[in-house]
Design a protein around this ligand. Structure first.
Ligand SMILES: Nc1nc2c(c(=O)[nH]1)N[C@H]1C(S)=C(S)[C@@H](COP(=O)(O)O)O[C@H]1N2
Ligand SMILES: [Mo]
Length: 499
């Protein structure tokens, strides 16, 4: 009995170690789990003629066979370790150490090997020892029955945990493979070369100020996806239906065939507080949404475009904003590159002048031309405004950190009113008179604009505020509003200690 129990414990310990190392490998995004690395080494070390003979017999099954043999060997060695655990503890430790060592060597011999792979191998060894320690204790003959029941319970718990961790690891690993496949498809896209440098005069290049152009890496990300949808552009399509004269389905290639136009557009999130950084500016390459809607023909009575993403997020956009001539795009590129996966690859919407939650659907796959009266989109159901026009706002970026020196001090920031444009920005100190700031260049009305003001700073504590005026002559409001339900307002302000 004891020996059967020991062997079963060893087998379970080995299985738990494999499950744990596979899951850890997936979690750490290893290109190869330790089991795979050992399998590869076995294949490499198999003498050529023997390998050919095996392939001759099993054919394409050689790879599963190699992995299966490794798993079986580990299980068998686990049984040996379990068998030795109570009587030959030093040998058991020695064998586990040897296996961890060989596995680490196999991992390190691979091009993707490294510290994380060795760590995963070590973790597998620790799991073996831990499981055996939990299961096998010296038996007290007085309480054999109690010990047996506690053994069975622990055995069952570890078995369930092993299956669970193993399954979770497989799910994670298959997602990794999918992500790599989509990343490869993205990298191999041959898109016509696109603009990606800021137009002259848009950036004052003031130290500490956010650049006018936001890089893809620095671009804020807001969505409800715990992990982004992984869509192969070759499999992507957009179905257009609802109140249209003719339905249409567009593929990625269809969009490319139409030719991409570039547009500088600043997008921002309705959840951006005054002074916040949920805003970014970049050049998008895409196809005019208006042109597509003109083609399908909007029927009378329709006032909304209900767009749905691959993962089921929904967004309602006023048709007016999509057809009034502004640069509303189905975008394929961001800063001259295919959209990064988290920013909507392969295709997303970008609409100047509307907050993202009512316009900027990422991973978009479905368009229904409809009426606002007939649906509620994701955020509208949760209390946010049905339409989300961007409010004229400004932000102070410099001086940062709340301190400045006496004398001429640069105050700088950005202002935006996408779709309308900014005609001026003013700055005031300690609620004194408003002073005109200097504006940088912009390529159109859809981007933010940098501004700067030379302030003659005097010693002491001061408050600096800014306000923008849009190109229609309307100044941004001083009334403070929270982000809910349709965007924050109020003057941005910073406190500065000079001296
Ligand atoms: N599919 C999908 N698209 C989405 C969202 C989302 O949750 N899911 N969030 C929207 C919101 S609220 C904003 S502000 C923008 C943000 O776009 P970004 O992450 O590229 O900056 O995407 C919009 N598009
Ligand atoms: Mo947002």
């Amino acid at each position: 009995m004891t020996s059967r129990r020991n062997i079963a414990s060893g087998v379970l310990a080995a299985a738990a170690a494999i499950a744990a190392s596979e899951a850890l490998a997936a979690l750490l995004s290893l290109r190869e789990s330790p089991v795979l690395a050992v399998g590869q080494s076995v294949i490499r070390l198999t003498p050529g003629p023997l390998a050919e003979a095996i392939i001759g017999v099993v054919g394409q099954a050689d790879k599963p066979l190699a992995i299966g043999s490794v798993v079986l060997a580990i299980i068998a060695l686990g049984a040996v370790v379990g068998g030795w655990w109570l009587t030959h503890r030093v040998w058991a430790f020695g064998l586990v150490t040897l296996l961890v060592g060989l596995t680490s060597a196999a991992v390190l011999s691979r091009p993707y090997g490294g510290a994380a792979g060795v760590f995963t191998s070590l973790a597998a060894g620790v799991v073996v020892l831990g499981v055996l320690e939990l299961l096998l204790q010296e038996r007290d003959h007085q309480q054999a029955d109690l010990a047996r029941r506690s053994f069975l319970r622990t055995f069952a718990i570890i078995t369930v945990a092993t299956v669970f961790i193993g399954a979770a690891g497989q799910v994670l690993a298959s997602r990794h493979r999918r992500r790599e496949a989509v990343e490869r498809a993205r990298a191999s896209l041959k898109l016509p070369s696109r603009t990606s440098a800021s137009p002259v005069g848009t950036d004052f290049e003031i130290p500490d100020q956010d650049p006018w152009l936001t890089t893809n890496r620095d671009f804020y990300r807001i969505d409800t996806a715990l992990s982004p949808p992984l869509i192969d552009p070759a499999e992507w399509s957009l179905r257009i239906h609802g109140l249209v004269d003719k339905e249409l389905t567009l593929t990625y290639q269809d969009l490319l065939d139409r030719g991409l136009e570039d547009a500088w557009i600043t997008i921002c999130c309705v959840s951006n507080p005054v002074g916040g950084d949920l805003i970014g500016n970049t050049v998008w390459g895409g196809v005019s949404i208006k042109a597509i809607l003109d083609e399908v023909g909007i029927q009378s009575g329709a006032d909304a475009l209900l767009s749905t993403s691959d993962d089921g997020w929904t967004c309602g956009t006023p048709l007016e904003a999509l057809t009034d001539g502004r640069n509303a795009l189905l975008a394929l590129t961001m800063n001259g590159e295919p959209l990064p996966i988290p920013h909507g690859f392969p295709v997303r919407q970008v609409v100047p002048g509307l907050y993202g939650y009512v316009s900027a659907t990422k991973w978009v796959v479905d368009w229904e031309v409809t009426r606002f009266a007939d649906f509620e989109a994701y955020w509208t159901q949760r209390g946010w405004g049905e339409r989300g026009p961007v409010k004229t706002e400004s932000r102070i970026d410099v001086p940062r950190g709340g301190i400045a020196d006496v004398g001429t001090t640069t105050v700088a920031g950005v202002a935006w009113a996408q779709g309308v444009g900014i005609s001026g920005v003013e700055v005031r100190v300690d609620e004194g008179p408003w002073q005109k700031a200097k504006l940088a260049e912009v390529p159109n009305v859809d981007t933010w604009v940098q501004w700067t003001y030379d302030w003659d700073a005097t010693a002491g504590d001061h408050t600096i505020e800014a306000r923008a005026t849009n190109a229609d002559g309307e100044p941004q409001t001083s009334a403070r509003a929270d982000v809910l339900p349709d965007g924050a307002t109020g003057y941005p302000g910073v406190s500065v200690t000079v001296g």
